[in-house]
Ligand binder design. Structure first.
Ligand code: ADP
Ligand code: ASP
Ligand code: MG
Length: 398
């Protein structure tokens, strides 16, 4: 069976007019002979009636400390509403369609509410629906535990649903429809001259996503890579070819791209830099931070102190933890991380020097740096991050 998974993000289904556009992409694929499996996100962004953030805020306005289970339950509603409306729109156009929850679509997870791990994907129900000539419209971002609890897969997790189903169904490709033309050299909302990358390796796009470019979820990239299924990022509102994400050798078949040192720039906002000043029982403290599921980044260990960053959202939790264990620390709020990404940074001398020089010339102070094979990251002040991105975009002629 020739299967194509098409996922539509929140902005692609935020109004009737946009949903019509999205539905037309499905119909086009059906006409091209595909058995389409649709995955949808909740409609719109914060403030829109059934958007995920709106639902969260609604629940939090009553609950002072909402249990994670309840939060997942209310978040599940957003995608379910969206899937029913999408299926209804397809039906109105004469295409049989059926909305399915994540659980009904066979996505079984553990009970780590808010960021559940998928333990099994059973595609049999979807295949059954497809065999009946019906288009399944799956609520993204959600799963069910073996005990029947509803879970979510982490913010932005509808991409993950699409990749999981693509692999389980052995689809020809997974198309991720969003509100930009594809993966760009930087967030187009920040850099007006950012341009689209036609082809990119899984590895680099994973770095992009990990470093904060939320255009696609890193887990989705990882799943597609392991299943060796092409991921294609496209714009619901245009007919542009989008970005094809595939393996390295397929992605770099042109000399131009091989020559390019840096592929793009990503940023992660709302970071807090933490410095632990006590040295006793440091391993224990890091263990406790892990147990609290606080994710840390830009970790620098010195003999007399440890420096790292966390998300602002985890700061209160960390403060409580440090108070409990009497940890001496200082912190710097309002930070953001800017990262350059490129598979070819590895082994090329002087790249870090260029980054530092370009930022210093504009008086952008660097609080911390880190590098890996294919990234160089700098922590800067939140109010300088957009300028930093533009400066680096220019510096590397993107
Ligand atoms: P969706 O609701 O479709 O899942 P997201 O908001 O999650 O959409 O992702 C799309 C957004 O990602 C774009 O609107 C864009 O602002 C942002 N973005 C950040 N970095 C990039 C990049 N390098 N290329 C394209 N978009 C990016
Ligand atoms: N609606 C969910 C979110 O806002 C999942 C997604 O959009 O992918 O995080
Ligand atoms: Mg998204």
């Amino acid at each position: 069976m020739k299967i194509l998974v098409q996922k539509f993000g929140g902005t692609s289904v935020s109004s009737e007019e946009k949903r019509e556009k999205a539905v037309s992409k499905v119909i086009e694929a059906v006409k091209n002979g595909y058995n389409v499996v649709v995955v949808v996100s909740a409609m719109g962004r914060n403030g829109d009636p059934y958007a995920t953030d709106t639902l969260i805020n609604m629940a939090k306005s009553i609950y002072s400390d909402i249990p994670k289970r309840e939060l997942d339950l209310i978040m599940n509603c957003g995608e379910i509403i969206s899937s029913v409306l999408f299926a209804a729109t397809l039906s109105n156009k004469g295409y049989k369609a059926k909305a399915l929850t994540g659980g009904q679509a066979g996505i079984i997870t553990d009970d780590n509410f808010g960021n559940a791990e998928v333990i099994n994907v059973d595609p049999s129900r979807i295949l059954e629906v497809l065999r009946e000539g019906i288009i399944p419209v799956v609520a993204g971002f959600q799963g069910i535990t073996q005990k029947g609890e509803l879970t979510t897969l982490g913010r932005g997790g509808s991409d993950t649903t699409a990749a999981l189903l693509g692999v389980a169904l052995k689809a020809e490709a997974v198309e991720i429809y969003t509100d930009v033309d594809g993966i760009m050299t930087a967030d187009p909302r920040i850099v007006s001259t950012a341009h689209i990358i036609d082809k990119i390796s899984y590895n680099e796009v994973f770095q992009f996503a990990e470093q904060g470019a939320k255009v696609v979820h890193p887990r989705a990239v990882e799943i597609a890579m392991r299943g060796n299924i092409p991921l294609i990022i496209k714009n619901t509102m245009s007919d542009s070819g989008g970005t094809i994400i595939t393996n390295y050798s397929d992605a770099y078949d042109s000399i131009y791209e091989v020559d390019k040192l840096v592929t793009g720039i990503a940023n992660m906002n709302n970071r807090v830099q933490i410095t632990i000043e006590s040295t006793e029982n440091v391993q224990d403290i890091f263990e406790k931070i892990g147990e609290e599921k606080i994710s840390i980044d830009l970790i620098s260990i010195f003999p007399d102190k440890q420096v790292f960053t966390i998300s602002e959202a985890d700061f209160e939790k960390l403060r409580r933890l440090f108070e409990k264990y009497g940890v001496k620390y200082s912190y710097r709020t309002n930070c953001a991380k800017v990262s350059i990404i490129g598979n070819r940074i590895r082994g090329v001398p002087g790249v870090m020097a260029r980054v530092i020089k370009a930022l210093s010339k504009r008086n952008i102070e660097i609080y911390q740096t880190a590098d890996s094979h294919n990234t160089i990251s700098c922590l800067v002040s939140q109010d300088k991050v957009e300028e930093a991105i533009r400066v680096l975009h220019d510096e590397f002629s993107l």
